[in-house]
Design a protein around this ligand. Structure first.
Ligand code: NAD
Ligand code: MG
Length: 388
């Protein structure tokens, strides 16, 4: 394998750190071009020096001088703000890891797509908010889009380029999160601290809360619809508390192909970097005898209504997925700040969707700029209803 250049968008996050851990172990294979972060100047500067990045960008424009000072004498180019993120993502590289959290990743990830090389996509929110527009840019620029989300990496591996007519169903597995066995009554009293304790995965805060509400699985349904050649009715969810089977593809002849592995994001990240080859990772090999049993159950949309809401957004399309995504980002933040209860998260999203659609209608955005307007307006509407 010749050495490949790699930009990591969201380098200080959970996906970013796991990616850089693999890079550190495979210095002969990957060299860092650019690293970005939102506001952690010190960590970004340390990483940029350590990985000899050519450019480092901080998302918060006001932190430009701090980053410049932290990297003085290093020869590393420094930029800040939205335009800086796009500039970093536009520098020619073999692979971009799209690891920014939320719709904030949309513009930089699209800038990476426009290079026509490889984009390893962790940032599922950009597919939820702008699915078909995003995918048409992927085909226009002939970009290799490699899924990083563990379920989608599993499906990608189990599908292995099978034609649409061979596929019966795609089954996404879900751990069920920390509240899988909680009653509706118990869900009334859960705290941010409890919700932040995922039983199997260690991840960023937003996706951890999304896993607790199961909105994450809903976002993943929409993500799968755009990534794979299936119709919405062919997408199923099954709860699998051990998080060993990462997803399955069921074929028309009755065969079901699954991908298994320890719940460690370094496996799907490694595959998104090395595909079609494989590289070694420090991830523990599965010991099936030790795991002993794998169990499955149907998802409960009464206790976890976010799944139903996201499915509705997937079926309705138009601007609903983009609004839902933005509303959910604000709802999660508000829950973490103690301004919204756990069970209010999906109902709040529903109310915001309704209010935004009364103002803007429900038509599909026809450009990325329109998606950004929908995202922005939804955030304003959502913020003001939190204050009320
Ligand atoms: P995280 O919060 O740990 O990290 C997010 C990164 O994005 C950080 O580097 C942060 O500085 C940057 N960032 C956040 N807001 C930004 C903004 N407004 N502008 C610029 N940069 C910004 O999140 P994460 O868990 O690493 O998740 C990243 C993405 O990957 C999300 O879309 C998530 O759904 C997806 N994902 C994560 C995991 C996981 O295991 N963590 C698994 C599957 C998918
Ligand atoms: Mg996932």
């Amino acid at each position: 394998m010749v050495q490949q250049s790699l930009t990591v968008l969201g380098a200080t996050g959970s996906i970013g750190s796991s990616t850089l851990d693999l890079v550190a172990r495979n210095k002969d294979k990957y060299a860092i071009e650019a690293l970005t972060a939102n506001k952690n100047v010190d960590e970004l500067a340390d990483l940029a020096r350590r990985f000899k990045a050519k450019m480092a960008v901080i998302g918060q424009a006001s932190l430009y001088l701090d980053l410049k000072a932290a990297l003085s004498g290093s020869g590393i180019k420094v930029a800040a703000g939205d335009e800086g993120l796009v500039e970093a993502a536009s520098r020619p590289v073999d692979i971009t890891m799209a690891g920014i959290m939320g719709a904030a990743g949309l513009r930089p990830t699209l800038a990476a797509v426009k290079q026509g090389h490889r984009v390893a996509l962790a940032n599922k929110e950009c597919l939820v908010a702008a699915g078909s527009l995003f995918m048409s840019e992927v085909s226009k620029y002939n970009t290799q889009l490699l899924p990083v989300d563990s379920e989608h990496s599993a499906i990608f591996q189990a599908l292995d380029d099978s034609p649409k007519q061979n596929i019966e169903k795609i089954i996404l597995t879900a751990s069920g999160g920390p509240f899988r066995t909680f009653s509706l009554e118990q869900l009334n009293h859960v705290t941010p601290a409890q919700a932040l304790k995922h039983p199997n995965w260690s991840m960023g805060r937003k996706i951890t809360i999304d896993s607790a509400t199961m909105m994450n699985k809903g976002l993943e349904l929409i993500e799968a619809l755009y990534l794979f050649p299936v119709d919405p009715e062919q997408l199923d969810i099954v709860i699998h508390p051990q998080s060993i089977i990462h997803s399955l593809v069921s074929y028309v002849d009755g065969s079901v192909i699954a991908q298994l592995g320890a719940p460690d994001m370094r496996t799907p990240i490694a595959y998104s970097l090395s595909w079609p080859e494989r590289i070694k990772t420090p991830v523990e090999q599965l010991d099936l005898a030790k795991i002993a049993s794998l169990s499955f159950e149907a998802p409960d949309e009464t206790r976890f209504p976010a799944i139903r809401l996201a499915r509705q957004a997937m079926l309705q399309g138009g601007n609903m997925p983009a609004i839902m995504n933005a509303a959910n980002e604000i709802a999660v933040e508000s829950f973490l700040e103690g301004k919204l209860s756990f069970q209010e998260i999906p109902t709040f999203c529903e109310r915001v969707i309704e209010a935004v659609q009364v103002q803007m209608g429900d038509k599909s955005p026809v450009s990325v700029e329109e998606v950004l307007v929908i995202d922005h307006s939804t955030r304003i509407m959502a913020q003001s209803s939190i204050i009320m």
